[in-house]
Design a binder for this molecule. Structure first.
Ligand SMILES: Nc1ncnc2c1ncn2[C@@H]1O[C@H](COP(=O)(O)OS(=O)(=O)O)[C@@H](OP(=O)(O)O)[C@H]1O
Length: 291
């Protein structure tokens, strides 16, 4: 059977109410995450998919290494900053020195009791959901482990209704925003990073208690701008077998801009999206850059 023909139930499982990829979120992986021993010095990058995860997997290690590029030039992003929910047990994480850096796409209400108790540092990255949707649509078509959208409208409903993998963008963002009081979280958006990457790196370095001089900040920023980062084979997924991720039609580091939804959604779809967004987010006090 061709992957394109595979049904959702062949590719996805439902875990704590959200769809996850069957191939990578095995029962063993999920148990490992649930029982994972966090350290207070750990750093967790949390994102809804397509919100800037890979970008952060480049920036945070460079901050911690004070701009030394060896780690980002030699270690693929998925092992440099592993996803805790996705076969992380292969990386011997308990052998890593602190501060360890991990990634997760999990919603706040999916986090383990160990996480809630230890309170490691979290950088939560948000992105305009219309751009998330746009990036996600392209990504779903290039990967063999995601259900390819049949039509854009069908995928739009799936996305808004929380049926895409990792669930509802709205629940994700609202859940993590609600954790501000209980956890040690820095909030940042993809759009802020696009607007002023140098200021964003500076803010992250301060949050991570890693003082960097302006020359180091400039060096890190320069490495992490889209056109430069795109060339790093340890970060652009060119090492991933093409039968899993086919980058011929659309690359993983695709456009790297804010507002590409304008080229993707029809006026009617954008209007429907905005109305849905208004209803879902009406009680949220946070000021988003895209608003
Ligand atoms: N350096 C840099 N600058 C600007 N934009 C960047 C950068 N690195 C990654 N990206 C863009 O982030 C989008 C991918 O998001 P994620 O890394 O979260 O994807 S994933 O969830 O890990 O699959 C995807 O967005 P789109 O281009 O809109 O598809 C990437 O291009």
């Amino acid at each position: 059977m061709q992957v394109a023909d595979m049904a959702e139930e062949d590719l996805y499982i439902v875990y704590k109410g959200v769809h996850l990829i069957k191939q990578t979120h095995t029962p063993e992986s999920l148990k490992y995450y649930d029982e994972f021993s966090f350290r207070p010095e750990d750093i967790l990058i949390v994102t809804y998919p397509k919100s800037g995860t890979v970008w952060m997997q480049e920036i945070v290690p460079l901050i911690l290494s004070q701009g030394d590029p060896v780690v980002v030039d030699t270690v693929p992003n998925w092992s440099r900053v592993p996803w805790l929910e996705s076969r992380a047990f292969i990386h011997n994480l308990d052998q890593r020195p602190s501060p360890r850096v991990f990634t997760t796409h999990f919603q706040y209400n999916m986090m383990s009791t160990g996480f809630l108790k230890v309170k490691p540092r979290v950088i939560y990255v948000m992105r305009n959901p219309k751009d998330v949707f746009t990036s996600y649509s392209h990504f779903s078509r290039m990967t063999s482990y995601l259900v390819s959208p049949v039509t854009q409208t069908e995928f739009l409903h799936k996305f808004l209704d929380g049926k895409a993998i990792f669930g509802s963008w709205f629940n994700h963002v609202k859940g993590w925003l609600s954790a501000a009081e209980q956890q040690h979280i820095m909030y940042i958006s993809y759009e802020e990073m696009i607007l002023d990457l140098e200021a964003s790196v500076t803010r992250m370095a301060q949050f991570l208690d890693t003082p960097l001089d302006s020359e180091m900040i400039r060096k890190i920023t320069d490495r992490c701008v889209f056109k430069n980062m795109k060339k790093n084979k340890m970060s652009n997924y060119s090492l991933m077998p093409s039968k899993m991720m086919d980058q011929n039609g659309s690359e993983f580091l695709r456009k790297g801009i804010a507002g590409d939804w304008k080229n993707h959604l029809t006026a009617a779809e954008a209007e429907y999206f905005d109305e849905f967004y208004r209803k879902q987010m009406q009680d949220v006090k946070y000021t988003f850059v895209w608003d």
